[in-house]
Design a binder for this molecule. Structure first.
Ligand SMILES: Nc1nc2c(ncn2[C@@H]2O[C@H](COP(=O)(O)OP(=O)(O)OP(=O)(O)O)[C@@H](O)[C@H]2O)c(=O)[nH]1
Ligand SMILES: [Mg+2]
Length: 188
């Protein structure tokens, strides 16, 4: 049974070739910079394994966390931010595109800020990569504590337009079971 109690940081990889050599399945967390990827990983594991921060661009590489000694959660750098500017960085998209050709990858958790209304070019690109490599995904809306009702309703419609239910998450709340069971489902 997956309980997310045992979480260990393993390695930070600049590309897929540095991934651990074992064949544990993995689920990757994707989303714009500062959306709350590292925060969600910490919440799921009930401990601070991933580095979360107020400033954008904190997570730089693919960070592997071994959970329950049976699978990896992979924290990824946020897109839409680089130290040089704030457009999508080519090296980031190269890193991610090759990352998706990954037989151990069982699925992705895409995070959107619950207050965002629509997708931009970077989001579309990411969804295209996932589709090309047939990577199943689920959508989590973060920061739902600071979104209003109308924003939450729009978020739901956005998820539906991507054929997903969309799960609301707030780091201030404790409702993690829906995310945990959706991840368990991706892992099969
Ligand atoms: N109010 C609120 N703040 C949140 C929530 N989730 C994350 N944050 C805050 O958002 C900021 C960014 O969180 P991170 O988890 O570092 O975001 P990230 O997506 O990992 O960012 P990068 O690594 O830079 O791509 C931090 O200040 C968090 O405390 C949430 O559900 N509610
Ligand atoms: Mg991060």
């Amino acid at each position: 049974m997956i309980n997310f109690h045992d979480a260990q940081y393993i390695i930070s990889c600049p590309s897929l070739e540095f991934r651990p050599k074992d064949k544990y399945p993995e689920v990757v967390f994707l989303g714009r910079s500062n959306v709350g990827k590292s925060t969600l990983i910490n919440a799921l594991c009930s401990q601070k394994v991933a580095f979360a921060s107020k400033s954008a661009g904190k997570t730089q590489y693919l960070n592997y966390f071994l959970i329950d000694k049976s699978f990896y959660l992979v924290d990824s750098p946020g897109y839409g931010f680089t130290s040089y500017g704030n457009r999508l960085d080519e090296s980031f998209s190269d890193m991610m595109e090759s990352y998706f050709h990954n037989p151990c990858l069982k699925g992705a958790v895409i995070l959107f800020d619950a207050r965002r209304e629509k997708l931009n070019e970077d989001d579309e690109m990411l969804l295209r990569f996932l589709k090309e490599d047939k990577v199943p995904f689920l959508i989590v809306f973060t920061k739902s504590d600071v979104a209003n009702q109308s924003e939450l309703a729009k978020a739901k419609r956005l998820a539906e337009s991507l054929s997903s239910d969309g799960i609301y998450f707030s780091s201030k709340g404790k409702k993690l079971d829906p995310v945990r069971s959706a991840i368990a489902k991706l892992l099969g």
